[in-house]
Design a binder for this molecule. Structure first.
Ligand SMILES: Nc1nc2c(ncn2[C@@H]2O[C@H](COP(=O)(O)OP(=O)(O)O)[C@@H](O)[C@H]2O)c(=O)[nH]1
Ligand SMILES: [Mg+2]
Length: 397
């Protein structure tokens, strides 16, 4: 056979092989959690990570235990796992395979708020009054807050003087290092000496409480811990369904109550079930509530008191905050911590927020550590907060 015939045949065979491989690799990508409809942050395509969420979630039947029915704990009712459906939107089968979430690759919007100012600061030959104005404006635009911005820049001015800094690049380095030292180092989630560790998730509506519990549950389960989820959002039946979908995904158990039932009873039963079944961690969901509604804040106080009475120990009370709400998050944090004494903040949706500076405001104004951040909607898009990486991402080109 001549080359003129052979070459097209070889190319054809190669195309078929490559096409087939592509189909197989996208199908074996990660499953998308409920509520997601697109790759977050623009979703650049990269290699699949085999140990992440499999396309077929592990649908081990969950034990559903009604509150107050503690005797039934051992023979927990087996739920029809097929019935559990994502609440907000239909599941997406063909998920694009997305790069592993890092501060650098998911903070495009937050960085955008800074980049203009940084460009003009770097473009000047020296540090002048305009430089300081640009810096101040960028920090305030990123929702660092007026007080923290002023304090930060004062410290940087002192450093500039002390070290004789003259170039814009040195100045930016000084700002970065001042910001990093003002943020708390990563703080681990606390586990109880005697199981179960109980983690309560609180916050206003739609901030990502249930999704965060799902992500945390998946990561803990993957680490070999036994997780029980308590569906303390009894306000809407859909909320328990949403949590139940996540529980299926992680092979976690879920304890839920009737719609409108007392959330503290559901959480108490979740703790009791966890203790009886030797679980390590209870992840307790709560209904979204406005920090301004005092009756609902009282309900939260009760949840906390009741959870304290059960087995194990409440080691984390995490306020889930939506990073896109910026400074309003600070007001929420103040009110919630008055009611339930927060141990930390989970800052969600940082992937879509230009207001990344809120991390700074929360830590410096309230002294509450940001422990976890949500950088997307998939289970692995929840990562521990890291001050250095965060600041570095804000200032990267
Ligand atoms: N982009 C992005 N979306 C998130 C993140 N966390 C949660 N969400 C989405 O926010 C929406 C509300 O989440 P949900 O957990 O139901 O909020 P809840 O009312 O506080 O329980 C859902 O569509 C989630 O997928 C995040 O870190 N990034
Ligand atoms: Mg919820």
């Amino acid at each position: 056979m001549s080359n003129a015939v052979l070459i097209p045949i070889v190319i054809g065979v190669l195309l078929v092989l490559v096409g087939g491989f592509y189909l197989v690799s996208t199908r074996s990508g990660r499953a998308i959690p409920p509520g997601s409809d697109a790759a977050p942050g623009g979703g650049s395509v990269a290699t699949a990570e085999p140990d992440l969420l499999p396309a077929e979630a592990d649908t081990d039947a969950e034990a559903v235990v009604a509150p107050g029915d503690l005797e039934a704990l051992d023979e927990a009712e087996v739920a029809d796992s097929g019935a559990a459906a994502p609440v907000d939107e239909a599941p997406v089968d063909e998920a694009p395979v997305v790069e592993k979430a890092t501060f650098r690759n998911r903070l495009a919007r937050a960085r955008g708020a800074f980049s203009g100012a940084l460009g003009s600061i770097r473009g000047r030959s020296a540090i002048d009054a305009e430089t300081w104005d640009d810096l101040e404006e960028a920090l305030i635009r990123a929702d660092v807050g007026l007080g923290p911005t002023t304090a930060l820049l004062e410290a940087v001015r002192a450093t500039v003087k002390e070290r004789g800094i003259t170039t814009p690049d040195q100045l930016i380095e000084a700002v970065k290092s001042e910001m990093t030292t003002r943020l708390l180092a990563p703080i681990d989630m606390r586990r109880a000496d005697e199981a179960p560790s109980i983690w309560l998730f609180v916050g206003v509506n739609g901030v990502g409480k249930t999704t965060t519990i799902g992500k945390v549950g998946k990561q803990l389960s993957d680490d070999g811990l036994k997780v029980v989820m308590a569906a303390g959002d009894t306000f809407r039946a859909a909320a328990a369904e949403q949590l139940s979908t996540w529980a299926d995904r992680c092979g976690a158990e879920i304890v839920r109550g009737a719609e409108g039932s007392d959330p503290s009873a559901v959480i108490f039963d979740g703790i009791a079930h966890a203790a009886a079944s030797g679980a390590d961690v209870v992840l307790a969901d709560t209904a979204g509530r406005l920090h301004t509604k005092s009756n609902l804040m009282d309900e939260l106080r009760k949840v906390r008191r009741v959870a304290d009475k059960g087995a194990g120990e409440v080691t984390e009370v995490l306020l889930v905050l939506d990073a896109t709400t910026g400074q309003n998050g600070l007001i929420q944090a103040k009110q919630f911590t008055d009611a339930v004494e927060l141990t930390g903040v989970v800052l969600t949706k940082l992937d879509g927020s230009a207001k990344g500076g809120i991390v700074f405001a929360i830590q410096s104004e309230l002294g509450i550590p940001v422990k976890l951040v949500g950088l997307g909607e998939q289970a692995e898009d929840l990562i521990p907060f890291d001050a250095e990486q965060f600041v570095d991402a804000l200032f990267s080109e």
